[in-house]
Design a protein around this ligand. Sequence first.
Ligand SMILES: NC(=O)c1ccc[n+]([C@@H]2O[C@H](COP(=O)([O-])OP(=O)(O)OC[C@H]3O[C@@H](n4cnc5c(N)ncnc54)[C@H](O)[C@@H]3O)[C@@H](O)[C@H]2O)c1
Length: 333
Amino acid sequence: MANVLVTGGAGYVGSVCCAELLRRGHSVTVVDDLSTGCRNAVPAGAAFFQVDIGNQSAMQSLVSHIRFDAVFHFAAKALIPESVSNPGMFFQHNVASGIAMLEVLRAAGIRNFVFSSSAAVYGTPERVPIEEDDPKNPVNSYGETKLMFERILEWYARAYGWSVTALRYFNASGATAELGERHDPETHIIPLLLQAAAGERKVFNIYGDEYDTPDGTCVRDYVHVLDIASAHICALQKLNNPGMSAYNIGLGASYSVREVCKAAAELTGRAIPLRISARREGDPAVLCASPKRIMRELGWTPEHSSLREIIESAWQWKQRQLSSALAISSSLH
Ligand SMILES: NC(=O)c1ccc[n+]([C@@H]2O[C@H](COP(=O)([O-])OP(=O)(O)OC[C@H]3O[C@@H](n4cnc5c(N)ncnc54)[C@H](O)[C@@H]3O)[C@@H](O)[C@H]2O)c1
């Protein structure tokens, strides 16, 4: 069993991965500055430290007290619109703070690292499905920071014999019974649709309906967060196996925005008002992964990523959140 340090374990994907690690008998320690995460998302059973990964003395004190077998690195700024308006903050958090952390890990002799990378490293693809060695031309500073950090890690693997696995997630989505997506502001399609279904927002915006796709709206590859967690568990096979590997985490199947809207309305049984808005800069028409490499090399098999399971699980989680908020507010009156 591994002793894993999880950065960003109070966030959406990180918290689900922590729960999955614990369920499989691993030990988990979370560091998170709670800048976008929630303390109560950290599963019981994980140790928690509210620390900025760029704080070298706090990180150093932690790794000198606990011997970690591996680091799962989720902590990052990840809101793409914010990365367009504020690139400096993205380079600071996702690259500069990341390097500060890597140096602490190196000094402590930690050599196994799993990195949450992104489909954003590819930018607008030249072909789909995208394979890992295809060209990488990020179109926003978020994607650029992910690509830079992958390259930095490659040098750590070469120079220091680290074992590094970069997992390039496509659209993370879905929920477990306890944990789901709650970014603020929310920019992801499924939680936005469910907010509209729940009456929390008046309308769902479709950004552009004149793309070169069958129904004119953008096409994306959605992967359930539990399948992302299982990809991380697969990555543990590479522990102590020096070198750098990168894998796409997607289905190789994709849906248009209109198809997702239709499925959300059907599965929630609610009307979702739609509005066509202008295209957003840097939104490729189609993003779709080839997941063949991780399936072949690490035996990853997605089990939860049908569009139905993704939307139903996210809707069930949202309804539980709404009823507990209601119960709290009525107990206060
Ligand atoms: N959600 C997706 O669709 C998606 C897709 C591709 C890649 N990713 C990557 O997966 C990771 C997790 O994404 P998410 O959607 O769960 O985001 P999130 O915002 O929910 O989680 C990020 C967590 O990191 C913490 N954090 C941020 N900066 C920190 C710092 N300097 N020190 C310590 N903690 C810090 C935040 O408080 C938060 O808990 C990110 O690296 C993101 O880039 C996500």
